[in-house]
Design a protein around this ligand. Sequence first.
Ligand code: GMT
Length: 370
Amino acid sequence: MLRIGIICYPTFGGSGVVATELGIALAKQGHLVHFISYEQPVRLNIFTENIYYHEVSFTNYPLFKYPPYEIALTSKIVDIVKAHNLTVLHVHYAIPHAAAAVMAKHILKSEGIDIKIVTTLHGTDITLVGKDGSYEPVVSYSINQSDVVTTVSKSLKEDTFKYFNVENDTKVVPNFIDFDRFNRLPKDHFKKAIAPAGEKIIVHTSNFRKVKRVADVVEIFSRIQEKIPAKLLMIGDGPDRIKIENDCREFDFCDKVTFLGKQEAIEEILSVADLFLIPSETESFGLAALEAMACEVPVISTNTGGLPEVNIDGLTGYTSDVGDVEKMAADALKILDDDALPKFKKQAKEQALKFRLSEILPQYLELYQD
Ligand code: GMT
């Protein structure tokens, strides 16, 4: 039995989702899992034996323009490791979690306690934010001081070596999907409510950040709906949502687009979908695409980062250069053709099965045991 600490973001973002699903799976196997975060992780919405949640809290002081979260997190890690005799910390997203874990490791070592750190890099902690000069030295140090480093795709491993002076070995452990949850569910009544005339249902989910290129989603949909009856469901929220939503109101197809905001039961919405759009600028893996594929939804994506490792061009959907909305729309129409769609749906599910939890969990367990 492991006694493991999981440090992650609590949000809908992929790194927090992966960390939470992993912790739940470990707890179901009888391992003791202690989550440490600033809020209860969103997917930790079930009561499961062997799971504990510790909130990082800190005292503010007028002198602090920036509350010292990393120090509070480090202190919480030290406290929880000692109180619960943890032996491994699994840190998701380098900034600031890996740095805090490394500092905690040094403090604990000075007290004769040896704790091992597994750091999983998720993407923007390397490709967008981490390589920025304001963070790079600390990210490099934290990577090199971790006992094990994993990346969620081959592409992210290459990026990590490209942007950082990595001295230790880095293993690729892809993200996974829990088929107990992500499966195409019988939701015909829901489908009829959204698309009463049998329109094709197209879905996008994201945190509506610049990197997601949400405007391209609308551009692609605009071209699709000119050719076939279709509806677009936009799920999630973030900085670009208000502008995109306002822009949509000006278009003559505005009644075909619905913004649903943040949704928990994403598998229910994906169960009525015919196509998933993810035209991101960069994406280290694209967990949202994998969730769609598990629900038998083919994918139109860009060909950047780890996306081609998940969405296989011509098989589970199509991949295109960033910004090539013409090709993405043309490919979408190929998929949505009634003769082609069943084949794409089947192939999407088959590909998703390669990432099932039972395939990936043993890879993490082996790292922890080592
Ligand atoms: O996409 C984001 O901005 C959120 C970010 C996160 O921290 O959750 O996502 C990253 O990690 C996910 C889980 O490993 C990956 O599926 C996403 O591709 C990755 N996002 C980017 O690389 C932009």
